[in-house]
Ligand binder design. Structure first.
Ligand SMILES: Cc1ncc(COP(=O)(O)O)c(C=O)c1O
Ligand SMILES: N[C@H](C=O)CCC(=O)O
Length: 421
């Protein structure tokens, strides 16, 4: 038995399902998780001492690679001064300023501890600001695990085909209206039939039904419709923030939302989320306003130091170069799989991509669900056997980073070349 298997058995006795977040369990690809002992750059080392090329990168945060020396030094320097104060500190002001400077739609920002907290708080703020209850979300969109968003959600909810979630009151989800991603008309119809919509929340580039780019005009249409109907537009940039471009998807597409949710990269690998937006809206949050939201560890100095070091390093990076490398790599991967007679559709933006095992264009959740789950599982397992670590679900994206070398990418392509179906 491998060390990972032993640890998983031990974990299953004390942690539900043996994992602290469901997708990690690798259930849908019919294998068990690998336990990771350490990570450096583009590589993970498992508890069994196997080195793997990582295309998950902690689900996005590690755009500079694992254990970047300057980020590690910043965390150590902060830790030497104390790990939590429960009081304001200089680093949180500096990170807030860096976020405000980089993200066009953010005049003010509040730090929290996860992406889930960011989206949950942004929705509460939108409700408090507009005096309405409804929220429009998209099938296959994932915004963390707060009650209002667990309707037709992507990521692990989609992977495990959980239809609705026990524990979420009907009374809560009745305020959640669903439309298909890229379907503006559906959003218009909801606005026409429901006068109570506080906000539309959207991943500006969907990343939790696999990667699905916005169709031309979709984000612009959402911006226009929300304005027309007095609702707020919330961009959930937990994945896309500081990844699709330094200023996020909103800078790349030139659309300013009213509120933006961030996470992952802004914590540099430590637990952080943030939500920000127009000053006039953000000032409604307590203590300047009356919409309550708080956190014992919010603005934690270690997390702020990691995030700040990460953003400072990212500011000088060649995003266009990484996008071009990711395009060439994912295209070659597509060609290799197609050459084996497999049905393949590839979506890619910046350093994000998904290979779907279907020939049909993937533009929304139903088309993503057409992907052949059996083929995906076989692909996943064969890549893993050959040292390539992918997300264990077809409803996730692959992440490249600034430290993936040509050699890493070539080794991953060789693994795909060797796969048999
Ligand atoms: C787009 C998006 N929003 C929100 C979340 C929730 O973030 P967290 O897992 O940090 O709670 C995630 C990831 O899980 C995400 O991908
Ligand atoms: N898709 C999720 C985040 O983006 C995966 C992370 C998780 O749920 O553990």
């Amino acid at each position: 038995m491998s060390v990972s298997q032993e640890l998983f058995q031990q974990a299953a006795r004390v942690i539900p399902g043996g994992v602290n977040s469901p997708v990690r369990a690798c259930k849908s690809v019919q294998c068990e998780p690998l336990f990771i002992a350490s990570a450096q750059g583009s590589r993970l080392t498992t508890e069994d001492g196997r080195e793997m090329i990582d295309f998950v990168m902690s689900w996005g945060p590690m755009l500079l690679g694992h254990n970047h020396p300057e980020v590690a030094t910043a965390i150590a320097a902060a830790a030497a001064k104390g790990t939590s104060f429960g009081a304001p500190c200089r680093l949180e002001v500096e990170l807030a300023q860096a976020v405000v400077d980089a993200v066009p739609g953010i005049d003010m920002v509040r730090m929290v501890n996860s992406g889930t907290e960011a989206t949950m708080s942004a929705l509460r703020l939108a409700r408090g600001y507009t005096g309405r209850n409804g929220v429009i979300k998209f099938h296959g969109g994932y915004h963390g695990h707060a009650d209002s968003f667990l309707a037709s959600a992507g990521s692990g909810v989609a992977t495990q085909s959980i239809p609705g979630t026990p524990g979420v009151p009907e009374d809560v989800v009745r305020h959640t209206h669903l439309a298909h991603y890229n379907d503006l008309e559906a959003v218009r119809r909801i606005f026409e039939t429901c006068g109570d919509v506080a906000a539309v929340i959207v991943e500006p580039v969907a990343g939790n039904m696999g990667l699905v780019p916005p169709a031309p005009g979709f984000l612009e249409g959402l911006r226009a419709l929300t304005r027309e109907h007095g609702a707020l537009l919330i961009f959930d940039e937990v994945i896309t923030g500081f990844r699709v471009s330094f200023g996020g998807a909103q800078a790349a597409f030139g659309i300013e939302p009213d509120l933006t949710c961030l996470g992952k990269i802004i914590g540099g690998g430590l637990p952080v989320g943030a939500y920000g937006g127009r000053r006039e809206i953000m000032e409604k949050i307590a203590p300047s306003g009356t919409v309550y939201q708080a956190g014992t560890l919010s603005g934690n100095p270690l997390a702020m130091a990691a995030g700040l070091a990460t953003l400072r390093l990212l500011a000088g990076q060649d995003y266009a170069g990484l996008a071009a490398r990711t395009e060439v790599f994912s295209l070659e991967l597509e060609n290799i799989l197609r050459g084996k007679g497999l049905p393949v559709w590839r979506n890619q933006i910046a350093s994000l991509f998904t290979i779907f095992f279907t020939e049909m264009p993937v533009t929304d959740f139903p088309s993503a669900q057409k992907g052949d789950a059996r083929l995906f599982a076989s692909f996943y397992r064969q890549m893993r056997e050959r040292g390539v670590y992918l997300a264990p679900s077809g409803f996730e994206c692959a992440f490249t980073s600034f430290v993936h070398s040509e050699q890493d990418l070539e080794r991953a392509l060789d693994a795909a070349r060797a796969a048999r179906f």
